[in-house]
Design a protein around this ligand. Structure first.
Ligand SMILES: [Zn+2]
Length: 835
């Protein structure tokens, strides 16, 4: 197949011009270098040649500095000033108003001060339609303007012809219409000759099939017009006429439009020397080498991909594809090359997460649609554009505009874009939370951490100050997995933050972190599957928490027999930092599969308790409450936790996990995440109470819920280490709390533990105060997927109690009480699965 190659004004933003030299018989690198006044080394470099061997017909890329006579247009962006209108701006740049309107997609003549207008740019390159020319001489005629008319409802060809002062036949020709039928929304090419010359008399009508093929030929050094004419079997005059030449002088590298003699047409006398086949061969050579250049580039891309593309590689490839497009904007490869530039920018964005790359991709897709509005790939370009504006940039106005202009081109048979993207129930359209007063300058994203288990993942994003966030869900698309991303602003990434967290998790492939624009950090979660997610913000420290929860599938065969489909505990043990946790995981693994499924079956019913996670509060830099004797809550509760753990293991034979087993700081948000990812069956957080009233004493047990009790709220604030929780943030927290399905079980566990703890201690101490079971929004319990409680085991601020904490006895009794409570809870379950 031949490629049609047309002459067209093209612009480079490159500093050099590129030409292709086809190696002829007897030529070598030296001779070619001489022709172009470049070095052999350069040619080898440009063409990645390892040796100096050349093949006849081989195409070589030659770079030359821009010659004066080559046309170069840089993009000009004009910012509308006061008092300016389209006319004055058009005058200023010596362009037409129509041009400006088309380039900028303006629907009216109204301009706004400050509005940016593209005056000259890529869009100028190819305003002339492609293969529809009836008279080739016109294609070189700059004066001819092309308008796209979108057919309105009820409009006929006659109406349109009248409107533009052209004939119906013209419109049919320009648009390759076989019939007069048009439909609303159809885009029609309308050509207007605005040159002062009288319009040329139309050339004889030809059916599109018979239209002669046209190619662009680059004059080689030393070639004469007569030689060229002869080689193509056409007349010199025809070439002169076609190319508006003054005489028969041609210069090297000049591009000439050649109209090939059609098969079946008579070969002109000038073409005697060459047979038709030879002409065809010559054209084929030219055409196939273009295809070859494109294929070579694709191969180069593949090779680079194997190594992994760097930003530089992307930009290089984009520039090369763009080059190919610019060189042959009317060839068949042009739309593919152009679309490649858009796709590559979009792909680059997915790595860089930079807004500039995204905008560049959008620009390229739009340009593609402008240039190739009838191309089969337009639908893909439209969908990409919509995704970029709607999903990634949140520019709904622009997205609407695209839908208005292009929506018709989306296939009806397919799942409509709208439905696919909007009717998804899980897609949340969250508005940015408003905490504007708290935001003075950019905050830093200090850390992004993923705590992950078999069917649970928590992402913890930590900042050094207050921030806004916006959550988005991108459904799966051909080239991309479903993605959940959150934009955090105003914020910058700390240099220490890893840009990629690779996970082999059930829900998550990876977490990617990038600076989207100067004040937005974008965190993208590449998902594998998604059942449910929750997002909420914590303060002190400022954190954004994203919880991803999967569902285990269970097939109930018959009563009492449950087959659970479950994942084997994978390599997740490796990912955790805490040694104890890793250890217990190893033990768990060695227990073997049958036991695992047994545990799982029990868990399906919510009955079994095999694994208990103990959470000694505070730790490290956070001492918790401090007693009058200097005793710290963090140390006492760690001791208490170990006592409880030992008893649980010995007496109940359960597996005990700790959020910490030494004096280290573990963020609040990470604690329930550990319990979830390790599939603990109970979560018990241990604390000591504090009060400005030194006489305050007693025990209380909390489960996660809302409270109106000011005392409970006070304790929650104490343990949350937060007293300035913003209202907006609280709303998300509320949602997260409401999503806790283990509310009833947690209350039950709290009741049992409180009761047994007080009962046991009262046996030995006369002054034990029962402050009861309460609920409060404790951060440390938010997002737990198992019954979870928080115990406030007496007041460290009371001097009498603080003294008791110095020894082991009091703690020992508290531990015993807690274990009895847990035991009672487990026994209250209908089915007990521990041995
Ligand atoms: Zn505490």
């Amino acid at each position: 197949m031949f490629f049609l190659i047309f002459f067209s004004l093209f612009s480079f933003s490159f500093s050099e011009e590129v030409i292709y030299h086809q190696v002829k018989k007897g030529e070598n690198l030296e001779s070619i270098a001489q022709i172009y006044k470049v070095s052999v080394e350069d040619i080898k470099k440009w063409n990645h040649l390892k040796t100096s061997k050349l093949k006849v017909g081989q195409r070589l890329l030659i770079k030359k500095p821009l010659s004066k006579d080559s046309i170069s247009e840089k993009e000009i962006v004009h910012i509308v000033k006061k008092g300016e209108n389209l006319q004055s701006i058009a005058r200023k740049y010596k362009v037409s108003i129509e041009d400006i309107k088309r380039l900028n997609d303006l629907k009216s003549d109204k301009l706004i001060v400050g509005q940016k207008l593209l005056i000259k740019g890529e869009a100028k390159i190819k305003e002339e339609p492609k293969k529809e020319e009836t008279s080739p001489s016109r294609s070189l005629n700059e004066e001819e303007k092309v308008i796209y008319h979108v057919v309105k409802r009820g409009e006929s060809l006659k109406d349109i012809a009248q409107k533009y002062g052209v004939t119906i036949e013209d419109i049919k020709n320009w648009n390759n219409l076989k019939k007069s039928k048009i439909y609303a929304g159809q885009k029609l090419v309308i050509k207007k000759t605005i040159s002062s010359e009288p319009e040329k008399v139309k050339v004889e009508k030809e059916s599109p099939k018979k239209r002669p093929k046209e190619i662009i030929y680059t004059v080689k050094p030393g070639e004469t017009l007569s030689q060229i004419a002869k080689s193509f079997g056409v007349s010199e005059e025809e070439i002169i006429k076609l190319n508006n030449l003054k005489n028969n002088q041609v210069r090297s590298r000049q591009r000439l439009l050649i109209r090939l003699p059609e098969e079946g047409l008579q070969v002109k006398p000038e073409g005697k020397g060459e047979t038709k086949t030879e002409v065809k061969e010559k054209v084929k050579e030219e055409a196939s080498s273009l295809e070859e250049a494109f294929e070579n580039l694709k191969k180069e891309e593949e090779l680079l991909r194997k190594k992994g593309l760097s930003r530089r590689d992307y930009l290089k490839l984009i520039s090369q594809y763009r080059h190919l497009y610019l060189l042959y904007p009317s060839s068949e490869i042009a739309p593919f090359a152009l679309l490649k530039t858009a796709d590559l920018y979009y792909e680059l964005y997915h790595h860089s997460l930079r807004k500039e790359d995204l905008l560049e991709a959008a620009k390229k897709y739009e340009f593609f649609l402008k240039q190739f509005s009838n191309h089969p790939l337009k639908e893909r370009a439209i969908l990409s554009l919509l995704e970029i504006y709607e999903r990634e940039l949140k520019d709904f106005q622009k997205a609407e505009e695209i839908k208005r202009n292009w929506g018709l081109y989306l296939k009806q048979g397919k799942k409509p874009y709208k439905e696919a993207l909007y009717n998804e129930t899980s897609v949340k359209k969250e508005k940015p939370n408003k905490v504007p007063e708290l935001i003075a300058d950019l905050k830093k994203v200090l850390n992004v951490e993923a705590v992950t288990g078999v069917d649970y993942t928590r992402i913890i994003i930590e900042l050094n100050g207050n921030f806004n966030y916006q959550l988005n869900l991108l459904p799966e698309r051909k080239d991309y997995p479903p993605r959940l991303y959150v934009d955090i602003s105003p914020a910058v990434l700390d240099y220490k933050v890893k840009r990629l967290i690779d996970l082999e998790d059930k829900h998550l492939k990876a977490v990617r972190i990038g600076q989207f624009d100067p004040q937005t950090v974008r965190v993208v979660l590449d998902l594998k599957s998604l059942n449910d997610y929750k997002v909420f913000k914590l303060t002190q420290p400022y954190q954004l928490i994203i919880d991803l929860v999967g569902k285990e599938k269970a097939i109930i065969k018959e009563r009492g027999s449950v087959i659970a489909k479950k994942e084997k505990p994978k390599s997740w043990a490796k990912k955790r930092e805490s040694k104890i946790i890793a250890k217990s995981e190893e033990e768990n693994k060695s227990e073997g599969k049958s036991k695992e499924s047994y545990i799982n079956v029990a868990r399906q019913f919510g009955l079994g308790v095999r694994r208990i996670m103990l959470d000694p509060g505070h730790g490290g830099e956070d001492p918790g409450a401090v007693g009058p004797n200097g005793l710290k809550e963090k140390d006492v509760v760690l001791k208490l936790a170990k006592m409880v753990g030992k008893k649980l293991e010995e007496r109940l034979g359960v597996e005990v996990l700790y959020t910490r087993d030494k004096d280290v700081f573990i963020p609040l948000a990470k604690r329930p995440a550990l319990a979830n990812s390790l599939k603990a069956d109970l979560f018990i957080s241990l604390h000591l109470n504090a009060s400005p009233d030194s006489k305050a004493k007693g025990f209380e047990t909390y489960y996660l819920n809302f409270t109106t009790d000011p005392e409970a709220m006070r304790v929650a604030a104490l343990e949350n280490r937060a007293n300035d929780q913003g209202l907006a943030d609280l709303q998300d927290l509320v949602k997260a709390i409401l999503a806790n399905t283990k509310l009833k079980e947690s209350r039950e566990l709290a009741n049992k533990v409180q009761k047994e703890m007080v009962k046991h201690l009262t046996r030995y101490f006369s002054d034990i105060e029962d402050r009861g079971v309460k609920s409060a929004p404790f951060f440390v319990l938010v997002g737990t997927r198992m019954p979870a409680i928080l115990i406030e085991a007496d007041f460290i601020t009371n001097p009498v109690i603080a003294k008791r904490f110095e020894g082991e006895d009091y703690l020992e009794k508290i531990a015993e009480g807690i274990v009895k409570g847990i035991e009672a809870y487990i026994q209250s379950l209908k089915l007990s699965v521990y041995p």
